[in-house]
Design a protein around this ligand. Structure first.
Ligand SMILES: C[S@@+](CC[C@H](N)C(=O)[O-])C[C@H]1O[C@@H](n2cnc3c(N)ncnc32)[C@H](O)[C@@H]1O
Length: 335
């Protein structure tokens, strides 16, 4: 999902769906979804236990699962925060963005030879297990292929694979998200990428057992989910500097520090005149905020694209990128 600043002061997402079967395992008797396992927080209570976010995931009439307010939410209120299930910096900012949390680094300590930098000892420690796995393989062919074809999402699958091998993530950690419908051409490109990823791991001393999850189906399934659910991350804290130092035309292209997939934020549906938005301040930790007063029971929706585009352009982007026709009030009125 791509986030661009629009005239309506909304940020958007760019980058796909499913599994009511899997999701149903999370449902309570009252047909609500439990999400205590998601990494979300809101205001801490005196006992330092975070309140549950004022939302539930439920079925909508026409857009699959969606997020609903469980109490009135005020304009500007922080609905919840979310940590990425997996994130990765954009290849062009590897040296200036923390490899772990995507925070901008003004004085990167990593040399070109080191490839990547971390913003703190804490981030280095948190990423070390999967980073050590990554460092065991030669990624030249995989990285070159992605660079030549301008691909960003395969880097997230590579990272998730390293996280699974190192034991910090489960191989089914994004299964609950909706996957994209893939064309035969997309699948054959993904098979090619998978071959390169598989070759990189096969030439290491990592045991066959540790990479037994790594099948073509796994790779394609993860990528299909990333396509619909990945957010393109632009940090609010860096935007002003970007505006000063970049030519106006290149600002939006350069503003992204990377991409991330979250669990709970991925259940928010789209509206061209949304009542909620997602923002990042200084790293990949996301904040979901209300853009206006929301009633109890109302569905919370964010905007996936640039809301300032005209109706036809929005419809085209949503249809091509997310596979649905938007029937929001703006689209119906041709606004
Ligand atoms: C990020 S997911 C949102 C959660 C999704 N509804 C689910 O069940 O997991 C994006 C997908 O939700 C559906 N969707 C989102 N907004 C929609 C809308 N306004 N109208 C119809 N479908 C929508 C589309 O299938 C889209 O590809």
């Amino acid at each position: 999902m791509n986030f661009v600043k629009s005239k309506r002061k909304i940020k958007m997402r760019f980058p796909l769906s499913h599994s009511l079967r899997l999701a149903s395992s999370l449902r309570t008797k009252s047909n609500k979804f439990q999400f205590h396992h998601f990494t979300t927080t809101t205001t801490a209570t005196p006992e330092l236990r975070p309140d549950p976010p004022p939302i539930r995931v439920g079925l909508t009439d026409s857009a699959g699962r969606g997020v609903f307010a469980t109490r009135p939410i005020g304009t500007g209120e922080l609905i919840h925060t979310a940590k990425p299930a997996v994130c990765h910096p954009s290849p062009n900012v590897l040296h200036t963005v923390c490899y772990c949390c995507l925070r901008r680094i003004s004085n990167p300590d990593g040399s070109e030879a080191q490839r990547v930098s971390f913003c703190s000892e804490d981030c280095k420690r948190r990423c070390m297990e999967f980073y050590n796995v990554e460092m065991k393989a030669d990624w030249a062919a995989f990285d070159d292929y992605c660079g030549t074809h301008g691909l960003k999402y395969p880097f997230m699958v590579k990272r998730l694979a390293c996280m699974v091998i190192s034991g910090v993530a489960r191989s089914d950690s994004v299964d609950i998200l909706q996957p994209a419908n893939l064309t035969p051409q997309m699948i054959s490109r993904m098979e090619e990428e998978f071959g390169l990823l598989w070759n990189a791991f096969r030439k290491t001393l990592i045991s066959d057992e540790d990479i037994s999850f790594l099948t073509k189906q796994w790779y394609i399934g993860v990528l299909a989910r990333i396509r619909i659910n990945a957010f393109r991350i632009e940090l609010a804290a860096g935007l002003y500097e970007d505006l000063l130092s970049s030519a106006a035309a290149s600002v939006e292209a350069e503003a992204a520090v990377g991409h991330a997939v979250y669990i709970l934020p991925s259940f928010y549906n789209h509206d061209c005149d949304p009542n909620a938005h997602i923002i990042w301040i200084d790293n990949a930790d996301a904040k979901l905020k209300a853009l206006r007063d929301v009633d109890e029971g109302e569905e919370l929706r964010i905007c996936y694209i640039d809301a300032s585009l005209d109706r036809d352009a929005r419809q085209e982007l949503l249809s091509r990128g997310f596979g649905f026709q938007c029937n929001c009030t703006r689209c119906i009125h041709g606004d």
